[in-house]
Design a protein around this ligand. Structure first.
Ligand SMILES: Cc1cc2nc3c(=O)[nH]c(=O)nc-3n(C[C@H](O)[C@H](O)[C@H](O)COP(=O)(O)OP(=O)(O)OC[C@H]3O[C@@H](n4cnc5c(N)ncnc54)[C@H](O)[C@@H]3O)c2cc1C
Length: 317
């Protein structure tokens, strides 16, 4: 079922969902199940599975370093299929522009369609670590809006290069990313919103936000998006802080601000166990306010471990 249908059927009740990252290749999928199992009692209607870009790795050979390009966490669509059928839950694979040609994207979407996956999250992806700016792969898309267009074309039965007459059309529900504190490369929040509107006009059905730690940022963003003519659901993304290092890492990677009270609470912790507890309490406070405001879904970034997400969900769902 589509994410938008789940939202509609909930009749204003806030739903619970979360995002997982595929394990590194070579890991056993049971570890992933062990992390997901404790969250299933909260009945998530959908689970997102991220896609990681390829990266450079250096392998020592005869005293020299050999540079290879590899994807450390492949398997997004496979994991989506396994979760869908193991737990009878909808899954949302993240589909990236970066690292894929249009043709590869088409094949991936065909796989999703055959697997009965009804939703995809269309994202540009980040630049590779050696690049200053994002560069599309050969034959790939520059912006997420172009990827949304390709998926919508498939929904109309239009495949690349018009090689076939489709007798069975896909019907993907498409999610896209939104940034309450603006995307790192956008010159202003207003211009970023214009780009978000373009993604929605290209066919996106809903938006999931980047993490934020001050709900005011989300509420202002939703209001500004409305003013910009964006009427699709905007799902807040919540990440519980888990380590002291997050105080530097999260602003650096995601270009987000942390509230002073949260920083002080984390800094006064004697170890990361205490930080994890602070992160849970902060996320509960955030989530309760968002739930009371009637957000459609509370979507949690689980980053592989679920004990903190479970502690939050227990207070809300
Ligand atoms: C909910 C969520 C899930 C994510 N999941 C993943 C994941 O699984 N894997 C991963 O690698 N990354 C993921 N990301 C990160 C995302 O890939 C990066 O933030 C990336 O830098 C931007 O992706 P986007 O889809 O927002 O890009 P876009 O919407 O293409 O926007 C990128 C930038 O270009 C600008 N822009 C857009 N269109 C135009 C235009 N026509 N002309 C000029 N400028 C334009 C925008 O303002 C923005 O600054 C996720 C982010 C979020 C919020």
């Amino acid at each position: 079922m589509k994410v938008t249908e789940h939202i509609k059927n909930a009749n204003g009740k806030t739903l619970f969902s979360f995002e997982i990252i595929p394990p590194q290749k070579g890991s056993n999928i049971k570890e992933l199940y062990n992390n997901i199992d404790p969250l299933m009692e909260f009945k998530p209607p959908f689970i997102d599975v991220t896609t990681s870009r390829e990266q450079h790795v250096y392998i020592e050979k005869d005293g020299l370093l050999d540079r290879k390009i590899t994807r450390m966490r492949p398997g997004t669509v496979g994991i989506c299929a396994s979760l869908k059928y193991k737990y009878n839950v909808d899954t949302v694979p993240h589909v990236l522009c970066g690292g894929f040609s249009r043709e590869e994207t088409e094949y991936l979407l065909v796989d999703c369609h055959y697997l009965g996956i009804d939703n995809v999250m269309a994202l540009r992806g980040d630049a590779m670590s050696h690049q200053k700016y994002f560069e599309p792969s050969k034959g790939g898309h520059q912006y997420a809006s172009e990827l949304v267009e390709q998926i919508q074309n498939l929904n109309k039965g239009k495949y690349l290069h018009d090689v076939i007459e489709a007798s069975d059309k896909a019907d993907f529900c498409i999610g896209v990313a939104g940034y309450p504190e603006k995307h790192i490369e956008a010159p202003s929040l207003q211009s970023d919103l214009k780009r978000l509107k373009h993604k929605v006009d290209s066919g996106a059905d809903y938006v999931v936000t980047q993490m934020f730690f001050d709900n005011k940022k989300y509420f202002e963003f939703v209001e500004a998006a409305k003013q910009a003519g964006i009427t699709v659901p905007i799902i807040p993304g919540i990440k519980p802080i888990a380590t002291k290092r997050h105080l530097q890492l999260l602003p650096q990677v995601f270009k987000i601000d942390l509230p002073e009270d949260l920083i002080n609470a984390v800094e006064s912790c004697k170890d990361n166990k205490a930080v994890r507890q602070v992160g849970v309490e902060w996320a509960i406070k955030q989530s309760k306010e968002l739930q009371n405001a009637g957000v459609p879904v509370l979507h949690y970034y689980s980053m592989g471990k679920s004990d903190n997400i479970k502690a939050i969900a227990e207070q809300l769902f």
